[in-house]
Design a protein around this ligand. Structure first.
Ligand code: PLP
Length: 443
């Protein structure tokens, strides 16, 4: 073959540096990759490929580590359902004591069905509909995070129509740049999220005037995949100042929702990003003395590194430019690489022998889009057709963002705990795919 072999004594990044910190659920046992105590080829033989797999132990461990970092504070850890909304994952977290941060009526139904206590559910998002508000009011959720005066007006109207009272936090946009990519930064003035800080006092005054609205908090979610302390410190300092202003004006602020956004490591050899302990220390430093309770909304931190997407090599296409490793998972299954330029470590399920030569390779899917790739320009050993690859750090914003483009079926999800595994979403079927469409009788 004409692959360009890399010059130095190539050692795969992950082989030299280990897997990204946080992915400890995945480890080789006699050269075969396992999640906890289950070998990935065993799952592949049972469900086929591609599939998502998650470690229940690591999901719970991450939740507990996050919660423990805030020990002594009155905090609700509300898992951001959108990161991974499988009912089994939600039930696991509800059982561990978590709350839920939801962004749609669909997620509210998921959260309630999985057993989250309604009072532990907070509802975020810029575009809640009247129907969604009604259902959330009837369900008596803990708090609405409101993002505009227009939303406040509608929520007030819906609450009055139902004879209910809506507990409200206003999400204020602190104009802070944060997040691993422009598409997941939410806290800059030019982002659609939150109420501009210059209008904060006015918005609280409106909330106080409106019937059916009960002001209880302030929300400052600033973005996702934040790896440094600095943006959080600025957001917390901003929130502390605003709480004091609001209290001086007579508004009763009892809690601060600090949002989500704590980053995780995606690259082998990466320095672990800001840890929950340091994050909690910032919270204590800036907001600890104000007699507040807290809500945090971690998503990625809980599930991201607990999961992987397992895919099979279909073909290898060597070209003059590079090798293309064509696999059976595509951008419709995992959109992060092409949407966010995200890096996922991709490792062979059967470890190649030490010293195996590597080639510059793109790992691409079958979807008819140039943007359909899982990784670009990676050093990979020769992968025979049929070999399995694990795309690490795919437990958050993986399956939940998947779609049917190219009429591809949604892939199964599998949950592992110790030595057992369960299919928590079966592979979709072509019958169900076709049954979604209806042909008018005049055709
Ligand atoms: C997406 C989102 C989160 C979760 O973000 P992570 O980076 O996954 O922790 C939390 N709160 C809100 C409002 C969000 O939109």
């Amino acid at each position: 073959m004409r692959q360009r072999q890399s010059s130095d004594k190539q050692v795969l990044a992950w082989a030299k540096q280990g897997f990204p910190p946080g992915t400890e659920a995945f480890a080789y046992k006699d050269n075969v990759l396992a999640v906890e105590n289950v070998l990935l080829p065993v799952i592949a033989a049972s469900v086929g490929t591609p599939f998502y797999v998650y470690s229940a132990t690591v999901i719970c461990r991450n939740y507990r580590a996050f919660k423990a970092a805030f020990a002594g504070l009155d905090i609700l850890v509300a898992y951001a359902v959108k990161a991974n909304s499988n009912q089994a994952v939600l039930k696991l977290l509800a059982g561990a004591g978590a709350g839920a941060d939801i962004v749609s009526g669909g997620e509210l139904r998921r959260a309630l069905a999985a057993g989250f206590h309604p009072q532990k559910i907070v509802y975020s998002g810029v575009g809640k509909t009247a129907e969604e508000m009604d259902f959330a009011l009837q369900s008596r959720i803990g708090c609405f995070n409101v993002e505009s005066p227009a939303e406040l007006q509608l929520l007030s109207a819906r609450a009055q129509a139902l004879g209910a009272e809506a507990p409200v936090s206003l999400r204020i946009n602190p104009d802070i740049a944060a997040g691993g990519h422009a598409k997941i930064a939410t806290g800059k003035a030019e982002n659609k999220f939150g109420i501009p800080q210059a209008e904060a006092l006015q918005a609280y005054a409106l909330a106080a005037r409106l019937k059916g609205i009960k002001i209880c908090g302030l929300d400052v979610h600033i973005g996702s995949q934040i790896e440094q302390a600095e943006p959080f410190a600025r957001a917390f300092a901003f929130a502390a100042g605003l709480v004091q202003d609001l209290r001086r004006q007579g508004f009763s602020i009892t809690h601060i929702d600090i949002g989500g956004g704590l980053g995780i490591a995606y690259q082998a050899g990466a320095k672990p990003p800001l840890e929950p302990g340091a994050y909690a220390a910032l919270l204590r430093q800036y907001l600890g003395g104000l007699g507040l309770s807290f809500i945090a909304e971690p998503g990625r931190f809980i599930t991201g590194n607990a999961g992987a997407l397992v895919t099979k090599v279909l073909f290898v296409k060597p070209t003059a430019a590079k090798n293309f490793i064509i696999v059976d998972a595509g951008m419709n299954d995992l959109i992060r690489p092409t949407l966010y330029d995200a890096w996922h470590e991709i490792v062979p399920v059967v470890a190649p022998p030490a010293g195996e030569p590597c080639y510059q390779s793109d790992i691409v899917g079958p979807v008819c889009e140039t943007g359909d790739y899982l990784a670009l320009d990676r050093q990979m050993p020769l992968m025979p057709a049929g070999a399995l690859l694990a795309v690490l750090s795919s437990g958050a914003y993986g399956a939940g963002m998947a779609g049917n483009y190219n009429s591809r079926l949604l892939v199964p999800e599998v949950l592992v705990e110790g030595g057992r595994f369960a299919i928590i979403r079966p592979r979709a079927t072509y019958d169900s795919l076709l049954a979604q469409d209806k042909i008018p009788d005049w055709l």
